[in-house]
Structures are given as structure tokens and as C-alpha cells.
Design a protein around this ligand. Structure first.
Ligand SMILES: [Zn+2]
Length: 70
């Protein structure tokens, strides 16, 4: 399982709410900063994470209820 290590905060200036992004420790050991609302790719393996820091299913399985396969 991947785990969220911490959260980053970006201050976007007066009048804008702060933006937060989880930093995920990927199963492969890399850290992934999840700034994008949809998908954030690990720099060293094919895994992707959403803005909550949850691992996305591999793209070829999107739209199917197949569970995890490798
Ligand atoms: Zn990874």
C-alpha cells in the first residue's frame, strides 16, 4: 500500500485559497507530489495517484471492476 507522508501547501496570493497536495510514498519508494486533480504519475514506476493520494487503477482497466492485476 502507498501511504501519504505529508501535505504540501501552496499560497496563491491574496484572494485565493491555499492549495494543498498530498505527498505519497509510492510502493516503489519514490515520492509523488499530487498537485493534479486527476492523475499524478510516479517518476520511477507506472503507478498514478489522484489528488487524494489514492492509487489509480492502471489505465487499461479504467471503467472496469477488475480489481488489482499485474
Ligand atoms: Zn512508484
Amino acid at each position: 500500500m502507498s501511504t501519504i507522508e505529508t501535505y504540501l501547501t501552496e499560497q496563491r496570493g491574496p484572494g485565493y485559497p491555499d492549495k494543498h497536495a498530498p505527498v505519497v510514498r509510492c510502493d516503489c519508494g519514490s515520492k509523488v507530489e499530487c498537485w493534479d486533480a486527476w492523475s499524478n504519475a510516479c517518476p520511477t514506476c507506472p503507478r498514478e495517484y489522484n489528488s487524494d493520494g489514492s492509487e489509480l487503477a492502471p489505465r487499461r482497466f479504467w471503467g472496469e471492476e477488475t480489481g488489482e492485476r499485474f
